[in-house]
Each structure stands twice: as structure tokens, then as C-alpha cells.
Write a protein that binds this ligand. Structure first.
Ligand code: BES
Ligand code: MN
Ligand code: MN
Length: 454
């Protein structure tokens, strides 16, 4: 039996095993679920053992474990290191889910569950593809797995682990499925990720909540002030006003921009799918450029004051917001965080205090399209989709990828199979059965072509 026949025969079991993983609420952000996150790691390690990986281990960290396993059958062959994450985002708002987020279910050919696409359904394709290659004696190279449990909360402990385990992680390339394709009939490979700087801000006015009649008009209202300050962070061209923010931004040549514009994009479909009558963004750039090669600043949450039933007349003492900045190549996350802090503190008016607290961040990443890793992925996808994949820069972030490059000197190939419409991080996250099986079918071909061309 060959690899593809083995996959065909074991399809249903693969899906059943994925369902077991998806049934675990491995929510890294919420301490209530910490036991489930540990259990998920344990389940995964057992699966690694079952498929014949060796040296399977849970590397404990200050947070959640890193699940490791390898098959190093010939030192003369190249080694592919597979990265993914078994943690998921919190499922809320729960009432918007049509089925329970941790009771996976198939509807219209799609697997519905938190983590179905991001990233359990995607990294598990690699586990099953490798199982098939081992079982049929067709593994053409060595393989290592490193699946972490803290991607959704910043990968801090993986960073420490990578720095301490350079030898263990020695490889020729990193292969990751944690991104997407343009459409099921338009394959693409992600060649860039944005970096991230994330801060929380707090504005304090008076020392306590006040009667908005007795004090209104005479003291700074922290919510009004916060709104003004946030509004001032963009100018009339929708450029970010923080001094120095664009200084390091990579400027693409006209021909590079022309190349990017070749990826199919239909503005009418885009608007229709989101139910908006127009798009919005930085002047002088297309929608695709705005969400890939340009940096952004967005409020992710804002709160303060009275938000309960009815009306309460009050001036709150404090107002808060969480703000993310997506960064592009050459911008440095720490530097941008500092520029933000300095600027935000400088624009707070008298009568208020401002506090800026940095959260996790990370650097942008770009991968070349003329190296063997990319070429192997391109050939593999061309064979299974019947079309040559298009290189696309994504707007999302996987901060650890830039660290793999700086610490391990390894490029990552972002061969993901999700769709933008899979609702990752949103209610009703799903992953197509088509995509799950297409991934399992494509991965062994990557192994084959990468091993040949080394
Ligand atoms: N897998 C996503 C990132 C992604 C999705 C990149 C689709 C490209 C296409 C990852 O799990 C994620 O959600 N990353 C976070 C950053 C992290 C530090 C929380 C993000 O991009 O917001
Ligand atoms: Mn992910
Ligand atoms: Mn995610």
C-alpha cells in the first residue's frame, strides 16, 4: 500500500481522532481551562507514540508544555521541523454559536468547533500525513514535531525553549499550516506575516466616579478624553500620527506592488461578504495592500463607565482600551511600543493621568519564493489542486516565526489550508473536510519534493 492509499483507507479514523482533540477546551488564555490544556498535550503525545514517532516528550515550561516527537531514520537525509499550536482562543460570545464550540459537528461538509481551523485541524493534518508515510515506509526524510500550547497568548515560553534547544531543533526547514489559501479553487502560499505590538491604556480623571450633573463640564471625563486621544491617532488620510511610526516601514517597488495585485480579489464580493457599503483605510493603497504590506493601529476593546440597563448619570474615574498595531518588515515591535507610549503620554491633557501597559508582541516575517522550500510547497500544491499556487502576504501574525529565523536560522514555509471565511477567533469557527483532506494529501508531496531537491 502506498501513502495515498493508506490515507484513503484511514480517512474516517483521522477525522474521529481530530474530533477527540477538538473536544478538549484547550483555551490558553483562561486559567479555568488549564487542566484541559495539559490534557490536550498528553493526548497529542500519545498520538505521536501511536504513529511511531520516537523521543516523544512533553517539555514542561512555566506555562503549557511543548509536545515533541521525531523520526530521525537517516542522518544523511534532510529534516523537516513541523510547528503548530494545540491551544485555542476563548469561544465567546457563546450565544452566537450554532453548536457547542467543544462538541465538534459536521454541517455542510465543514467541521464546526473552536480550533477546527486554528490550529488543531491544520497541525493534525501533518500528524496524519506523517503517520501514513511511516506506516507505508515512504517517509523520504527525517521529521521533527514541535506543537506548542501558548501561541494564542504570545508564545513566550516557546521563545525560551527555542533559545535553549537549538541542537534538538536542528533541521533544514520549518513547515507550518496555520494560515490559509485564497479559495478552494485558488491555492496560495503565505509568503509574509505581519508583526504585532499590543498595548493596554488606562486614563484616570477624578479619583472617584462623579455625578455627571454636579461635576459635568468642570472636570476631564476620562472616556471623552480617551476617545479624543484615540481619534487623533489617525489623520485625514488614515495614516497613523505617532511620530516615527513609519520610519522603518518597508517600501515596496512598483513592480513588487504590481505582482501583489495579480492575486485575484473581488471588491464587490468582499463588501458583500462583510455587509458593508464601502471599504475604509489608508489613502493611496488598495484593500489587499492595506491588510498585508501596510502597518495598522486598531482598538480591540474599549470600556469604562456605566454600561448596564437604563441610564446612570455618571462621570467615570477611569477609561480603558486595548490597542493592537500590526507591523510590517523592518518595524521593530519594541520600538513601536515605545513610540506609542511616548506619544500617547504626551497627548493626554492636564487633569488626566495616563498609563500604557505593553502586552506581547512580535516581528513581521517574509519568505523568499525562489528557494527550495517554497518551490517544494508550490509543486506539491500544484499537483493536488491542479493549479499553481499564488504567493500572498498575509495580514495575520505568528510572532514565533520571525524568532525561528533569528534563533534557529531557519526559514518557515507557511503552507496553510484554511479560508478567511473559516471564522477563526469568531463564533462558529469551522474547517472544510475538503481542506482537511487536501492538506493530508498535499503534505507527503512536500516531503517528497523537498527531499529530492536537497
Ligand atoms: N493562525 C493565526 C494567525 C494567522 C491566521 C495568520 C490566518 C495568517 C492567516 C494565529 O493563531 C493567530 O491568531 N495569531 C494572532 C497573534 C497572536 C500573538 C495572538 C493574530 O494574528 O492576531
Ligand atoms: Mn493559529
Ligand atoms: Mn489564532
Amino acid at each position: 500500500m502506498n501513502t495515498q492509499q493508506y490515507i484513503e483507507e484511514n480517512k474516517d479514523r483521522f477525522l474521529k481522532e481530530l474530533f477527540d482533540l477538538l473536544s478538549q477546551p484547550s483555551i490558553s488564555a483562561d486559567p479555568k481551562y488549564s487542566e484541559n490544556v495539559f490534557q490536550t498535550a498528553e493526548m497529542l503525545k500519545n498520538n505521536f507514540k501511536k504513529i511511531g514517532l520516537e523521543n516523544t516528550q512533553l517539555f514542561q515550561t512555566k506555562g503549557f508544555p511543548i509536545v515533541y516527537g521525531e523520526k530521525m531514520h537517516n542522518p544523511n537525509l534532510p529534516t523537516i521541523l513541523i510547528y503548530g499550536h494545540y491551544d485555542v482562543q476563548p469561544p465567546d460570545p457563546l450565544d452566537l454559536w450554532e453548536s457547542e464550540p467543544f462538541s465538534p459537528e459536521i454541517r455542510n461538509g465543514k467541521i464546526y468547533a473552536r480550533g477546527a481551523c486554528d490550529d488543531k485541524g491544520q497541525f493534525f493534518m501533518h500528524v496524519k500525513a506523517v503517520e501514513a508515510m511511516i506506516a507505508t515506509n515512504e517517509l523520504p526524510c527525517n521529521v521533527k514535531f514541535m506543537i506548542e500550547g501558548e501561541e494564542e497568548v504570545g508564545s513566550e515560553n516557546l521563545e525560551t525553549f527555542v533559545k535553549k534547544n537549538r541542537d534538538l531543533l536542528h533541521a533544514d526547514i520549518i513547515l507550518i499550516s496555520d494560515t490559509g489559501i485564497i479559495a478552494n479553487d485558488t491555492p496560495s502560499i503565505t509568503t509574509g506575516l505581519r508583526g504585532l505590538s499590543y498595548v493596554e491604556v488606562e486614563i484616570t480623571g477624578p479619583n472617584r466616579d462623579l455625578h455627571s450633573g454636579l461635576y459635568g463640564g468642570a472636570v476631564a471625563n476620562p472616556i471623552n478624553i480617551l476617545c479624543n486621544m484615540i481619534a487623533s491617532l489617525h489623520d485625514e488620510d488614515n495614516k497613523i500620527t505617532i511620530p516615527g511610526f513609519y520610519d522603518q516601514v518597508e517600501v515596496l517597488s512598483d513592480s513588487e506592488r504590481d505582482d501583489l495585485a495579480k492575486a485575484p480579489f473581488n471588491l464587490d464580493h468582499y463588501k458583500k461578504e462583510l455587509d458593508i457599503d464601502d471599504v475604509y483605510g489608508e489613502n493611496g493603497f488598495s484593500t489587499m495592500e492595506r491588510n498585508s504590506i501596510r502597518p495598522t493601529l486598531d482598538v480591540n476593546g474599549i470600556w469604562g463607565g456605566y454600561t448596564g440597563e437604563g441610564a446612570k448619570t455618571v462621570i467615570a474615574s477611569k477609561a480603558y482600551a486595548k490597542i493592537s498595531m500590526r507591523l510590517v518588515p523592518h518595524q521593530k515591535s519594541n520600538n513601536i511600543t515605545n513610540l506609542f507610549k511616548k506619544h500617547f503620554e504626551s497627548i493626554a491633557p492636564k487633569g488626566t493621568k495616563v498609563k500604557v501597559t505593553p502586552h506581547h508582541g512580535g516581528e513581521a516575517y517574509v519568505s523568499p519564493i525562489n528557494e527550495k522550500g517554497y518551490l517544494a510547497a508550490s509543486k506539491a500544491m500544484e499537483e493536488t489542486f491542479g493549479k499553481k499556487p499564488i504567493p500572498v502576504r498575509s495580514g495575520g501574525s505568528i510572532p514565533i516565526v520571525a524568532l525561528f529565523e533569528s534563533e534557529l536560522k531557519l526559514k518557515s514555509i507557511l503552507m496553510g489550508f484554511g479560508l478567511d471565511s473559516d471564522a477563526i477567533h469568531s463564533p462558529n469557527e469551522h474547517y472544510g473536510l475538503f481542506n482537511f483532506y487536501k492538506g493530508i494529501e498535499t503534505i507527503p508531496l512536500f516531503f517528497k519534493y523537498f527531499s529530492k531537491e536537497t
